[in-house]
Design a protein around this ligand. Structure first.
Ligand code: HEC
Length: 144
């Protein structure tokens, strides 16, 4: 009888562990697209994103994704725009018709530097938007 209870406890504990395992798997699916340590050390993906952002986006969206008088702050925009929407906007561009000004987000769908590095640019801006990456030039974490 005592052994029976013991076995039952064992089963209950095992299923708790299994439930925990599922939780961990889910968290892994949602894991951020970047690696950032100490606010300015980043993996190669995020580092490349920083460089390509500087080449292709900074002239309108300002240093560190913070926006300019011409184009919106992308660290704010990425709090509501998901990755799919981000990719659509960057590939196809946008011009708000209700907007009386001539501000246009150009389409980058034929620019290989952007198309091939969209994941990286997203990772960099997402890290900025999530508040884990400081302003300025990040350092590449060796081995990542
Ligand atoms: C020539 C200037 C210019 C360049 C270069 C540029 N953008 Fe834009 N971008 C804009 C403008 C202007 C808007 C706002 C357009 C509107 O709302 O009508 C915009 C909007 C956006 C938005 C939507 C923001 C929101 O709040 O809805 C995203 C995302 C974006 N840009 C990403 C990028 C990325 C990534 C790059 C570099 C690959 C880039 N942009 C390069 C001018 C630019």
């Amino acid at each position: 009888m005592k052994l029976g209870i013991c076995l039952l406890r064992g089963v209950a504990f095992a299923s708790l562990l299994a439930a925990g395992g599922i939780g961990v798997a889910r968290a892994a699916d949602d894991k951020p697209p970047y690696v950032v340590k100490n606010g300015n050390e980043v993996d190669m993906t995020t580092y490349k994103g920083f460089l390509y952002y500087g080449d292709e986006c900074l002239r309108c969206h300002g240093p560190d994704g913070m926006g300019s008088s011409y184009a919106p702050n992308l660290t704010e925009a990425l709090k509501t725009i998901d990755k799919t929407k981000f990719e659509t906007i960057v590939m196809s561009g946008i011009k708000q018709v209700s907007n009386s000004s001539d501000l246009v987000m150009p389409a980058f769908g034929t620019n290989p530097d952007v198309v091939d590095n969209l994941e990286s640019i997203y990772a960099y801006l997402k890290a900025r938007s999530d508040g884990v990456l400081n302003r300025g030039h990040p350092h590449h974490l060796p081995g990542t």
